[in-house]
Design a protein around this ligand. Structure first.
Ligand code: ZN
Length: 201
């Protein structure tokens, strides 16, 4: 019986039930897999490795963003993961596929594609809406590692500061009735009209 990690999280690990977080989520932790950018690393492969080589109860992460931007699930959000030593309780682990460039087996790199950046932005936004007190950090902000290959705190601060996408804002120069200034002008003109009409009688 193999779990389909593209359809939803694993509700129970191969070695038994997961442990619940002891309280509110404190950290949303971003990781890379440190998989080579020319190699496929779906969550099913991460699960196999974590189970066989690390002896863990299923994959350690909660989510995985693939190079093409698709999202795969690991542990359910309510369950403690296995992704950051000392902080697995009350944290959610998000990994992205990649981080390793062929020919460099020493350093981690930010190899996120635009699709991965967009997906990560949506995912973190959704998690922040659910867990408003959680801090967005990189693995390296909590323990000595290069993971995830970029400054996750600074990245998230920049995402938050971005203006609303084009199309969400009213067009400049188009003062319709949905624009408060347009509405005030129409009401003002109507009042002047009524006033002049009364005076003429
Ligand atoms: Zn990590």
């Amino acid at each position: 019986m193999t779990h389909d990690y593209t359809s939803g999280p694993l509700e129970r690990g191969p070695r038994g039930s997961f442990t619940r977080h002891s309280g509110d989520i404190r950290y949303i932790v971003i990781h890379y897999l440190w998989s080579r950018i020319d190699t496929d690393w779906p969550m099913s492969k991460v699960a196999q490795m974590h189970e066989r080589e690390n002896g863990w109860n299923g994959p350690g992460y909660h989510y995985l963003t693939r190079r093409g931007g698709s999202l795969e699930y690991g542990r359910p959000e309510w369950a403690r993961g296995a992704h950051v030593r000392g902080h697995n309780d009350r944290s959610i682990g998000l990994a992205y596929e990649g981080g390793r460039i062929p020919g460099d087996n020493q350093k981690g790199h930010d190899t996120r594609t635009q699709e991965q950046r967009d997906r990560l932005n949506h995912l973190v936004s959704a998690l922040k809406a659910k867990y408003p007190n959680a801090q967005v950090v990189g693995h390296r902000d909590l323990t000595a590692t290069q993971c995830p290959g970029f400054d996750a705190k600074a990245w998230w601060t920049k995402q938050k500061a971005k203006p609303a996408p084009e199309g969400a804002k009213p067009m400049s120069g188009d003062k319709g009735l949905d624009d408060p200034r347009g509405m005030i002008a129409v009401i003002g003109a109507a009042l002047v009209g009524v006033f002049l009409w009364i005076r003429r009688r």
